[in-house]
Ligand binder design. Structure first.
Ligand code: 7TS
Length: 412
């Protein structure tokens, strides 16, 4: 019996209708999955089935559609909790995405902090794991500290260790960098935080789409991620946190769904997780989010991880052989989000030229301006891979880079 779980990329690609379209008369080569992934028919179908046949508001009336909508919404929560290794679905809060999840923690949990307290972050954080803490610092006077990188472009864990002290209340770090592709040693950092009684928040936006995540094994306290980067819809994501933390935290927003009783003078909150889900939630999106987790599970992470590792090393072999190609971050042991510079072509010009060849990459600071400052650049080009990316698309990227180089008359 054949027990290998290799991923059949042609079969996977057939699940994504958008991959068969053309751009500027050329086959689409979508290398911007770190910004947002494409959606398989299974997710689109699950959302449209829900909207066509089951929609109603959740947690309200006793009528049949309301029961079906509530079951679909809460069922997605249960499956998604299991998907990230969480035992208890009430520890899983639906939010609008990673950004809102981190804002929720900074606002709600952060309300208990005061001047003198310290938060340790890293220079490779996405703006969504920096700006909410800056807003908290303005409100409460907490101090932010930032750990740097090793010369190879990995997190400098010794620096993290040296910044953690008796005043540290939280250490926040990304699981996988959206520019450098490195995976951070989350468990090691969580233990350093716990040694001084601090908490550990993990931004999982770039990790959950690409690898199996088990929040228990990571030993973190908060884990945030977004559906749209893992084959799901936009406008929804999640915050996982330990029960006792969520129970002790004040609500983030007030309104319907998050209360158990409202009087004119004051109200009582609903139990977790609903205490943090004010207003009518993104129900169809929750269904699509759950379907995305099911889809990734059905393809299988063993195959996804192996495919992406193979493709990343193929891409690096081909790209690093090009004159003028400069990679940011390590060239081994990284995920397939590849930030680079190419000769003296500005990243924005490069992205425009590649687009004319049908190749979609991202150019800019990738919401990583402090990291760009740290690296001494204003922008990079970035090609990012996913389970549906093929070797032929890497070849198309390399061909398009040759076209760009010729247009610029070669490099010095
Ligand atoms: N954290 C990381 C590590 C990210 O890569 C992103 C989005 C976010 C947080 C924010 O996620 P959101 O769903 O709340 O917007 N990153 C990118 C990117 O690299 N290019 O476009 C968006």
């Amino acid at each position: 019996m054949n027990t290998t779980l290799a991923l059949d990329v042609d079969r996977v690609r057939a699940d994504f209708p958008i991959l068969s379209r053309e751009v500027h008369g050329k086959p689409l080569v979508y290398l911007d999955s770190a910004a947002s992934s494409q959606k398989p028919s299974q997710v689109i179908q699950a959302m449209s089935d829900y909207l066509e046949m089951h929609h109603s508001n959740v947690h309200r009336g006793a009528h049949e559609l309301s029961v079906e909508a509530t079951d679909a919404y809460e069922g997605a929560r249960e499956r998604l909790s299991r998907f990230i290794g969480a035992q208890d679905p009430s520890e899983f809060v639906f939010t609008r995405g990673t950004t809102e999840s981190i804002n929720l923690v900074a606002y709600s949990w952060g309300a208990g902090l005061e001047a003198g307290d310290e938060i340790v972050l890293t220079v490779m954080e996405h703006h969504s794991n920096i700006v909410p803490w800056q807003l908290l610092a303005e409100r409460s006077g907490v101090t932010l500290k930032f750990a740097g990188l090793t010369p190879e472009g990995r997190l400098d864990v010794d620096h993290v260790r040296s910044l953690i002290g008796p005043s540290t209340r939280l250490v926040g770090l990304t699981h996988v960098s959206n520019s450098l592709g490195v995976t951070n040693p989350v468990t090691e950092v969580a233990r350093l935080a716990h040694e001084v009684g601090a908490l550990c928040l993990v931004d999982g936006a770039q990790a959950v789409p690409h690898k199996p995540v088990d929040v228990g094994a990571l030993e973190c306290d908060f884990y945030a991620f977004s559906a749209h980067k893992m084959c799901g819809p936009t406008g929804i994501g999640a915050l996982w946190a330990r029960r006792e933390l969520l129970e002790a935290m004040p609500p983030f927003q007030g309104g319907g769904e998050m209360i158990s009783e409202v009087k004119l003078e004051r109200s009582k909150w609903a139990a977790i997780p609903h205490k943090f889900e004010a207003g009518t939630p993104a129900i169809a999106e929750a269904v699509g989010f759950g379907a995305a987790a099911d889809y990734l599970t059905s393809v299988g992470f063993e195959g996804i991880v192996a495919h992406e590792a193979d493709l990343t090393s193929y891409a690096l072999d081909r790209l690093l052989a090009l004159d003028g190609f400069e990679l940011f971050g390590p060239s081994t042991d990284r995920l397939g989000v590849l930030s680079f510079r190419y000769g003296d072509i500005h990243a924005h010009d490069l992205a425009t030229i590649l687009d004319r060849q049908g190749v979609a990459i991202r150019a800019g600071h990738h919401c990583n301006q402090p990291l760009m400052d740290y690296l001494g650049v204003d922008a990079t080009a970035r090609a990012s891979l996913y389970l549906y990316t093929s070797r032929g698309e890497i070849d198309a990227l390399v061909d398009a880079l040759h076209v760009a180089r010729d247009l610029f008359g070669g490099f010095e």
